[in-house]
Design a protein around this ligand. Sequence first.
Ligand SMILES: [Cu+2]
Length: 245
Amino acid sequence: MLELLGLPVAGAAHAAEIDRIIVLVHWLMAALFVGWGAFFVYTLVRFRAGANPRANYHGVKGKFSKWVEGGVLLTEIVLLVFFSIPAYGERVAAFPPEHESTVVRVVGEQFAWNVHYPGPDHKFGRTDIKLVSASNPLGLDRSDADAKDDITTINQLNLPVNRPVIVHLSSKDVIHSFGLPQMRVKQDAIPGIVHNVWFTPTTTGEWEIACSQLCGLGHYRMRGFYTIQSDADFEKFLDENKPTE
Ligand SMILES: [Cu+2]
């Protein structure tokens, strides 16, 4: 079924859980599609004008349709209560501790993804909207002590494998959406709000960050990349990108 749906690589620890829900919802939709389709064809034949010269104004008398509707409702409640809500709860309420995670800020703008790592001190430096410029899209204040070792990149997010990731997500201008299909992550990036997203990558690879919200004329080219790599490669990346004074 998974292959049939054409889902991308399942590269995060919670991916199987999300995929299970996607598959179950598709089974329900398939059953509804076949059921409604068969019923539609049945009514076309059964109630054709030729066999029914006079209209009948009384409608359905049997209880069958009520039972079917009840069954669909019950299935949807089961999907919601036993699958969706627990999965959602874990994503929003079961955050791993920051000191055990890779913490990174991602700020969307028309039309790029700005990435901000706190550096070896694990503290994000101060940012100020007044300092935003073409060469400093995050408005990072390099004179701040916490900012000295901070690392910033544009459209390239590197993360180590098998370690929880916490992304502090926001936007500078309009609503974007941070989509990492292989991590089964999608979250709106909203100006003025910081949303935290977490996931644990389990597969190394290189994929695209897709802006999943139509965010302006350049939406089509708002394309970043993300790389899930080994600890050693990630350390190398940080080292190569550390700020030069
Ligand atoms: Cu966008």
